[in-house]
Design a protein around this ligand. Structure first.
Ligand code: ARG
Length: 466
């Protein structure tokens, strides 16, 4: 559109000293409008706050402020309705909106960019966006934690095998296993909250990098945009993307937790384990094998860590070695963050749905809990407590009893007292009290232990938000 071009057909927003149009490839590599249009709402909010501040301190007139404000509202409406014509020759969301504002209100639009640069503008928009994503992630984690707490409460006394090395180790309770993930996801939420508090500073007013000579009020714009305060150093304001790196770090750790739970769900729902039944809502069938019910949601949630961690590595690598202050490299910050945020939101929602719908198979869990001599530690502890044996000796005696049971092809509690006494004559009938999986979990009452009573207490504590 000829009327949008400056002299010689160059860019109308910065083309004063340019005679020629950019090469098509230049335009393609330079443009970010294809993805940063996602920052439209934040860009409009930022401009509204900036214009209001400029008018309040007397840098622009009230009339200009009204025109700018109305124009921006209208543009916001156009974008929402899908009526806005995004133009690649205008590079990014900032210049697309400003150019449209000029079409609407004329010269006043040109005054909006007083005491501001795209460098502080984009830093502000992006912080607003990432801050919102942190809050979204915290809320989504809260929903997942609630689903896990429901499972923990219902299954506080449901015995299942606890594993180390994926070998049966000791009996635990289903509720306790669910609470392990509650702890992880609560820490994840706290990481997003921490990051959000740290990024709660507004870069607007840093201008290109050095600040500005105009008498701006940075406190006012910071507060208008919901930030706690303005950033302290103008160079840092436009150079730093560690707020986005922190979001991606927290997201990567969270995605790792999601992938571990996903993996367990995949294992548990297999016919060989049959620990849980997944709902039809979060599984799919096979086009060739009619009997199949595949845990696709769990598999895809398990996989999301790939792109989320990949995004962290991408942005870390982009930022590494960049000299201060702004470099165009930093335009490459958005796509990985958008992609990771979308992947995380979807994975969290899928996991909350799966967990809410998943049904533990109590009979099968109990049966599996009793396999693999899972109460051997309880037997050794009994020898220590009742016979005063040193633990190392008790360990040795228990090993011999496990061997005896194994040779006969039975569980520990199926050995007769005589068979036990053949190994250690002082063993009495009372030993059988500790050999059941129920007795085993009931006895683990230490703080943070798997005893049903402890699990019920912890569910209540976590529900209270503590
Ligand atoms: N689209 C740019 C980005 O995302 C906006 C900032 C441009 N600043 C500049 N000095 N060219 O980083």
């Amino acid at each position: 559109m000829a009327d949008d071009k400056g002299a010689g057909g160059s860019n109308s927003m910065w083309g004063g000293r340019f005679a020629d149009r950019p090469d098509a490839i230049m335009e393609e590599i330079n443009a970010s409008i294809g993805f940063d249009r996602r920052l439209a709402a934040q860009d409009i909010r930022g401009s509204q706050a900036h214009a209001a501040m400029l008018a309040d301190v007397g840098i622009i007139s009230e009339e200009d402020r009204r025109a700018i404000s109305q124009g921006l509202d209208e543009i916001g409406g156009e974008i929402e309705r899908g009526d806005f014509a995004f133009r690649r020759d205008l590079e990014d969301i900032h210049m697309n909106i400003e150019s449209r504002l000029r079409e609407q209100i004329g010269d006043a639009a040109g005054r909006l960019h007083t005491a501001r640069s795209r460098n502080d503008q984009v830093a502000t928009d992006f912080r607003l966006w990432v801050k919102e994503q942190c809050a979204e992630a915290e809320a989504a984690l809260g929903r997942l934690v609630n689903a896990l707490l429901d499972q923990a409460e219902a299954g506080a006394g449901t015995v299942m095998p606890g594993f180390t090395h994926l070998q049966v180790a000791q009996p635990v309770t289903w509720g306790h296993h669910m609470l392990a993930y509650v702890e992880m996801f609560r820490r994840d939420a706290a990481r997003f909250a921490d990051a959000r508090a740290r990024m709660d500073e507004c870069p607007l007013g840093a201008a290109a990098l050095a600040g500005t000579g105009f008498p701006i009020d940075r406190e006012a714009t910071a507060h208008a945009l919901g930030f706690a305060r303005p950033t302290a150093n103008s160079i840092d304001s436009v150079s730093s993307r560690d707020f986005a790196l922190e979001f991606l770090s927290a997201a990567s750790i969270c995605a790792t937790h999601l992938s571990r739970l996903s993996e367990e769900i995949v294992i548990w729902s297999s016919a060989q384990f049959a620990f849980v039944t997944l709902s039809d809502k979060f599984t799919t069938g096979s086009s060739i094998m009619p009997q199949k019910k595949n845990p696709d949601a769990a598999e895809l949630t398990r996989a999301k860590v790939g792109r989320i961690l990949g995004s962290l590595v991408t942005l870390m690598t982009v930022m590494k070695g960049l000299p201060l202050a702004y470099s165009k490299d930093m335009q490459e910050d958005k796509e990985p963050v958008f992609d990771a945020a979308d992947a995380l939101a979807l994975a969290l929602a899928a996991m909350a749905g799966m967990v809410a719908d998943m049904r533990p198979n109590a009979d099968r869990l109990r049966e599996a809990a009793a396999q693999g001599f899972s109460t051997a530690t309880d037997l050794a502890d009994w020898l220590v407590r009742e016979l005063g044996m040193p633990f190392r000796d008790a360990h040795h005696v228990t090993g011999a009893l496990v061997k005896a049971a194994e040779d006969r092809g039975v569980d520990l509690d199926a050995l007769s007292l005589a068979e036990m006494q053949a190994v250690e004559p002082r063993i009495t009938e009372a030993v059988f009290d500790v050999l059941s999986v129920e007795a085993s979990v009931r006895s683990r009452t230490s703080h943070g232990g798997t005893a049903p009573a402890r699990v019920a207490e912890m569910v209540a504590l976590r529900r209270s938000g503590d």
